[in-house]
Design a protein around this ligand. Structure first.
Ligand SMILES: Nc1nc2c(c(=O)[nH]1)N[C@H]1C(S)=C(S)[C@@H](COP(=O)(O)OP(=O)(O)OC[C@H]3O[C@@H](n4cnc5c(=O)[nH]c(N)nc54)[C@H](O)[C@@H]3O)O[C@H]1N2
Ligand SMILES: Nc1nc2c(c(=O)[nH]1)N[C@H]1C(S)=C(S)[C@@H](COP(=O)(O)OP(=O)(O)OC[C@H]3O[C@@H](n4cnc5c(=O)[nH]c(N)nc54)[C@H](O)[C@@H]3O)O[C@H]1N2
Ligand code: SF4
Ligand SMILES: [Mo]
Length: 685
């Protein structure tokens, strides 16, 4: 690059999926400063603590520096060429003997939210002929995309500027930096907040209503809100009549779901439920910010998403400023190659995989442990740490051990990488080119910007592009990866969009904000559902054997769901509340973040803790039917009594996924019930 002079490079931050605008100063080929990109509409120049510490990640001494092969339980250095050659030989051998399905590719959160990482993996998958691309989408987010698609035909997104923020199982201060910034800006301008979480978050102190809900019971709360809005005639009659089908059936259906009924289930006082219903229905505009996975990872997940969508619909908060908005999407040149074969989990969870002929690129990752080795014998992991991040770590770890080949491309030696046959050094976002295309998680502000390589890949690290391209060559379909550089890939992707590469690279460094907000409903176009309307009553759900109107299913493990088990495991466990300092299993190795973070703690209310003789800071053993972990107790009156809340992402015997269960699933799409199960707690002797 000839970096003798200092220069600023404007790019995005990929340390979590929000893709905030970032700029870095490069001097003599080295990054010396990191700042937020002021022109960027999502973060307006402000970076969260992780973004500010980007250099600590890039220049971390423990980064993987060269490819390694595990021989007799020990790591040996190997060249890229030899490693890829050996991996290719093994893949070809397995394919010849058992068919292409033997190979599975897993992408973590970074892998599915990044256009190239996801599209390149899809291309390799298709070229090889396997359908078994699996990812975190089997436990996060796709469920609600599906449920909203089934309801609206398209996927509407919550708008960041609204008069009423309903934070429903969502804590933007920790997990959603751009939304946190938007709320800070809009509260002084008169926007209001309602909060529905089992643990009082700081925003609850500014809320009109705060509803501490028993984990896993949000569906019952949603039904009661619909009940009040219908009974008190607070719904938007005109909107409902013009744009929806099935409202009449909904009216009969919600009859039994009174606030008093919901109070018994959710532990939320009936009067508070009425209060929120009235506030929500009469707000000038209102948007439910559905927790990014809190509603998915429960027994009632798909129906929760349906019920929340119906709340937006009956109050007319669809395609209005401040509601849920369906926006045109940009066309980008995809890279994926499809196969006709069906991936693992697709038959068991058909609505996860396919709706009206629209197929998901993924199989259901929860089916993985039971598919090894009968279907899958080789796994390539890029940008994920499934042995720690997926539910039931023991089941995934054992499945990994049953593989003939495990390859991991990562920045660090993770718990998953430690099990691999080959560990390959990946490079960070500041060492590669790509497209940052944010749509789903950016709250009505989809944008596209170029992710620009600021420095050359360190050590022998390589981008996903180089990895897949070189492996494809060795396996024998190199012509399908004929691009020479990752810039060429970006050009290919941009072609259908009408945006030019130069424009994004040089002029619109903070991105192109292509979305023209389209408020209102164009009746001529209607909604692309089978009925052409918003489907309050869903024939699609019915045909698949599920309730066509939202219903409530108690968690399989809960005081009401399994009273026998509750005697032995008398506490409710919710997992995975985010911490701004860490992304999932990452960043525990960054001292600057560690000092400020809280560490791995089981949060418990003091009254509950007292029953078990537990004091603040005690080492405790938390046990579930699946296993046990050792962790510190953190007593807080902010959390509901009877509940234990443990973050995910910690390794070893602090890993909460040793307690979760991959067979404890939501029936429609197979999501694991990680937000609500049973556990016991005792002091560690
Ligand atoms: N109990 C419980 N478990 C949960 C959750 C929960 O709420 N409760 N949440 C779940 C959810 S929603 C999700 S999305 C998953 C996330 O699960 P994962 O995506 O598996 O978790 P990460 O720790 O983000 O793993 C990303 C890995 O990619 C590496 N990496 C970072 N950048 C790059 C790159 O540019 N290239 C490559 N090749 N590698 C890179 C990192 O070092 C890290 O090891 O966790 C899930 N786990
Ligand atoms: N810093 C950071 N940010 C992240 C991530 C990260 O790892 N680190 N991960 C990203 C990813 S992949 C995802 S999916 C999102 C996750 O984002 P979300 O799922 O929105 O998670 P949080 O914002 O932590 O909000 C969870 C809140 O819900 C509460 N809660 C727990 N159980 C229940 C329940 O049953 N019902 C209700 N109503 N509330 C409940 C918790 O107490 C907590 O306050 O975060 C993303 N952002
Ligand atoms: S929220 Fe933080 S880590 Fe995520 S993209 Fe923005 S600055 Fe980076
Ligand atoms: Mo996620």
């Amino acid at each position: 690059m000839g970096d003798s002079q200092a220069r600023w490079v404007a790019t995005d931050c990929t340390i979590c999926y929000h893709s905030c605008g970032m700029k870095v100063l490069v001097e003599d080929g080295r990054i010396t400063k990191v700042e937020g990109l002021k022109e960027h509409p999502l973060n307006m120049g402000k970076l969260c603590p992780k973004g500010l510490k980007a250099m600590d990640i890039v220049y971390h001494p423990d980064r993987l520096k060269y490819p390694q092969k595990r021989v007799n339980g020990r790591w040996e250095r190997i060249s890229w060429d030899d490693a890829l050659g050996e991996i290719a030989d093994k893949l070809i051998g397995l394919k010849n003997e058992f068919g292409p399905e033997v190979l599975s590719i897993f992408s973590g959160s970074i892998g599915v939210e990044n256009f190239e990482m996801m599209e390149l993996a899809q291309r390799f998958k298709g070229a090889f002929g396997t359908p078994n691309f699996i990812s975190v989408e089997g436990i996060c987010y796709r469920m609600r995309i599906r449920a909203r698609q089934i309801t609206f035909g398209k996927y509407p997104v919550e708008e960041a500027d609204t008069k009423l923020y309903v934070l429903w199982g969502h804590n933007p201060e920790q997990s959603d930096w751009p939304l946190h910034l938007a709320i800070q800006e809009n509260l002084p301008k008169g926007s209001k907040v309602a909060v529905i979480v089992p643990k009082r978050i700081p925003l609850a102190n500014h809320a009109e209503v705060y509803l501490p809900v028993r984990p896993g019971t949000d569906g019952a709360l949603a039904l009661a809100l619909i009940h009040v809005i219908v009974k008190e005639k607070l719904y938007k009659e005109d909107f409902v009549n013009r744009y929806t089908v099935g409202f009449d059936k909904l009216v009969d259906h919600i009859e039994p779901y009174t606030p008093a009924w919901a109070e018994k289930i959710t532990w939320v006082p009936a009067e508070d439920i009425r209060k929120l219903a009235r506030l929500f229905a009469t707000a000038e505009s209102a948007s439910i910010f559905q927790g990014t996975n809190t509603q998915d990872q429960t027994a009632n997940g798909s129906q929760n998403s349906r019920a929340l969508a119906i709340l937006q619909v009956i109050t007319g908060n669809i395609n209005n400023p401040g509601g849920w908005v369906i926006s045109p999407r940009l066309s980008l040149g995809g890279l994926g190659i499809r196969t006709d074969k069906t991936p693992i989990g697709a038959e068991e969870y058909p609505l996860f995989f396919e709706v009206w002929g629209r197929k998901s690129p993924y199989g259901q990752v929860v089916a993985f442990p039971d598919s090894v080795p009968n279907i899958i014998k080789a796994l390539i992991v890029t940008g994920g740490n499934p042995v720690v991040s997926l539910p039931d770590s023991k089941a995934y770890r054992e499945a990994m051990k049953r593989l003939d080949l495990l390859v991991v491309l990562d920045l660090f030696m993770t718990e998953t990488a430690e099990l691999a046959n080959y560990v390959l050094p990946g490079c960070t976002h500041l060492e590669k080119n790509g497209l940052a295309y944010s749509y789903n998680v950016c709250h009505g502000m989809p944008y596209l910007m170029m992710r620009k390589k600021a420095i050359e890949p360190l050590y022998e690290s390589r981008s996903e592009f180089t990895f897949w391209k070189e492996l494809a060559k060795k396996v024998g379909f190199g012509e399908l990866f004929s691009w020479e550089t990752d810039e060429e890939i970006v050009q290919h992707e941009l072609k259908p969009s009408g945006l030019s590469f130069q424009e994004l690279k040089d002029d619109k460094v903070a991105g192109a904000f292509y979305m023209q907000k389209q408020y209102g409903i164009d009746e001529a176009k209607s909604f692309p559902t089978p009925s052409g309307k918003i489907e309050i009553y869903s024939e699609t759900f019915k045909d698949a054997g599920f309730d066509p109107l939202p219903t409530y299913k108690e968690p399989d493990q809960s005081p009401l769901g399994n009273p026998e088990m509750f005697k032995r495991y008398p506490l409710i466990l919710t997992t995975g509340a985010r911490n701004l300092h860490y992304t999932h299993t990452q960043h525990r190795n960054i001292p600057a973040l560690e000092e400020e973070g809280k560490g791995a703690c089981a949060e418990i209310h003091p009254t509950t803790a007292e029953k078990y003789g537990i004091k603040d800071g005690d080492d405790v053993v938390v046990e579930s039917p699946r296993g046990q972990i050792k962790i510190k107790a953190l007593l807080t009156t902010d959390l509901m009594e009877g509940v234990v809340s443990i973050p995910h992402g910690w390794s070893g015997d602090q890993n909460v996924n040793l307690l979760t269960d991959v067979h404890l699933r939501e029936p429609v799409m197979g999501y694991p019930q990680m937000k609500s199960q049973l556990c016991s707690v005792r002091k560690h002797e």
